[in-house]
Design a protein around this ligand. Structure first.
Ligand code: SF4
Ligand code: SF4
Ligand code: FES
Length: 335
């Protein structure tokens, strides 16, 4: 079968080479977005071929200057992650027949990541975020050091999902929050964070939860679900982030914008059956946080200018009693 591949090419001379000098400040991803050009190739491959087969065929028989990163060709090493038709995927796992749209397949690096060359993106930001969550176990001391710590099977089973991570970066590539805020730890790092915070043998769970509750942590996820959709190993980082949030709140880390936002949201729905957007931002910021409140004023003005300010009078929906009954039934933190 004949396949048409459109490849985003990038020559490293210029922005990246300059900033890669030792000691040079590492620019945020949006400043790294390189000028790129698209080059189209045609390859003849069997119907079962994957995107990586096409890229290797191009590099071997048509254009040896094409840079591609790969190793296992079996969806295990994670090195061939790239954007395919605008979303992160493993090139060795993506069948060409499934990824051909309008007669072609477009491959490139994602715009939120720095590029080394062509399809090879720089994993430095990925590993930097990964290292920030202290991705190792701090073992609890044992009364008898000659004995081993016996972990409960059911507790360890909860961690299996995250242990499948192959560090490919697909989730970070498509994370909407990370794309606009490179301080966000990101889905892979937070999934890793749960792997250790949720481990019954870890001695620093509380400290970890405090750290993950800070700005850039669990509350900066916007629930876009991209990490769940794009992860090739079923790690579902968002699910691990939600577990960390629950653990953090249960441990008393509630003095942060994320928890206040969740509380304000739930309170509003409980009392009127819908969201009171007028009080949501002030309550999330903290009513006594004068500086924070002042910082929200530009957003309020912008909303007013765009005619998007919510009505001053917040009315309850008909049948709000049934909503309240649901809250009573669910109980817990929002009762
Ligand atoms: S759900 Fe959260 S962590 Fe996952 S991609 Fe979206 S913003 Fe990022
Ligand atoms: S969580 Fe999934 S998408 Fe993210 S790095 Fe691990 S395997 Fe890749
Ligand atoms: S080449 Fe190893 S995951 Fe694709």
């Amino acid at each position: 079968m004949q396949f048409t591949i459109e490849v985003g090419r990038y020559n490293p001379d210029g922005i990246y080479a300059e900033n890669a000098k030792p000691g040079a400040p590492y620019p945020p991803p949006w400043q790294q977005a390189p000028p790129r050009r698209y080059q189209t190739y045609t390859v003849e491959l069997p119907e079962y071929a994957v995107v990586l087969d096409a890229l290797i065929a191009i590099r071997e028989y048509q254009d040896e200057s094409l840079a591609v990163r790969c190793a296992c060709r079996s969806a295990i090493c994670g090195s061939c992650a790239m954007w395919i038709n605008g979303h992160a995927n493993l090139a060795c796992k993506s069948k060409l027949t499934e990824f051909t749209k309008d007669g072609k397949t477009r491959v490139e690096t994602p715009p939120s990541m720095p590029v080394i060359r062509d399809l090879v993106w720089d994993m430095k930001p990925f590993w930097e975020q990964h290292n920030k969550v202290k991705p190792w176990l701090v073992g609890k001391p044992l009364a008898d050091p000659s004995q081993e710590y016996r972990a409960d099977n059911s507790r360890m089973e909860e961690l299996i999902q995250e242990v499948s991570c192959i560090s490919c970066g697909c989730c970070l590539m498509d994370c909407e929050s990370y794309a606009v805020n490179p301080e966000f730890l990101g889905p892979h790092a937070l999934a890793k964070a749960f792997r250790y915070a949720g481990d019954p043998r870890d001695a620093e769970t509380r400290e970890r939860l405090g750290d993950y509750s800070k700005p850039g942590g669990v509350w900066d996820c916007t629930h876009c679900y991209e990490c769940v959709a794009q992860c090739p190993k079923g790690v579902a980082p968002l699910e691990q982030i939600l577990k960390l949030r629950r653990m953090a709140v249960d441990s008393g880390f509630t003095n942060n914008a994320g928890t206040r936002h969740a509380d304000a949201f739930a309170d509003s729905v409980k009392h009127s059956g819908r969201l009171n957007e007028l009080t949501l931002m002030p309550r999330s910021t903290g009513l006594f946080n004068v500086v924070g409140q002042l910082k929200t004023l530009p957003s309020a003005f912008n909303m007013a200018r765009a005619g998007k300010l919510p009505p001053l009078l917040h009315k309850s929906i008909p049948g709000v009693k049934r909503i309240k009954a649901i809250f009573e039934r669910v109980g817990g933190r929002f009762k």
